[in-house]
Design a binder for this molecule. Structure first.
Ligand SMILES: [Zn+2]
Length: 142
């Protein structure tokens, strides 16, 4: 049985790596999570120029080609130094990120996740929206 990989585009923040890793492995039934980091990734994906976006998507495609990952998780979190906006704005930017990236990664399921604080050293990742493989529309999480 081949190794099962997913890919995550997430923040540099060291506090959220483990909670997000656990959430993804539990919800996607994968063993490994290839991880690309930028400060405030949802703001970057939602707002950066085409050239920067292509560089970032190329990093995702390395994971897809090398490890057969067919799932991309875009993750945001509260108390983000790289993108200090409200939780509602994080969610809006996650949806914008999904809409922007969806048509550019064929055969890829894309999930947007936001990790909110649930206490000292506690983070609670939650699905915000998801795009099934090959689809272009964004549907909100149930
Ligand atoms: Zn952050």
């Amino acid at each position: 049985m081949p190794d099962r990989f997913a890919t995550m585009f997430t923040c540099i923040d060291g506090r959220i790596q483990q909670p997000l890793n656990e959430w993804v492995r539990k919800h996607l039934d994968v063993e490994y999570l290839d991880t690309i980091t930028e400060p405030g990734p949802e703001a970057v994906l939602a707002g950066t120029g085409e050239r920067c976006l292509e560089v970032l998507l190329e990093k995702v495609q390395v994971s897809q080609r090398a490890h057969g990952s067919a799932t991309l998780v875009i993750a945001a979190h509260s108390d983000c130094a790289g993108n200090p906006v409200s939780v509602d704005e994080h969610r809006d930017q996650l949806r914008q990120s999904l809409a922007r990236v969806a048509g550019r990664l064929p055969n890829t399921r894309i999930l947007a996740v936001h990790a909110d604080r649930c206490g000292e050293q506690c983070w609670d990742p939650e699905l915000v929206a998801e795009v099934p493989p090959a689809a272009t529309g964004v549907r909100p999480a149930a």
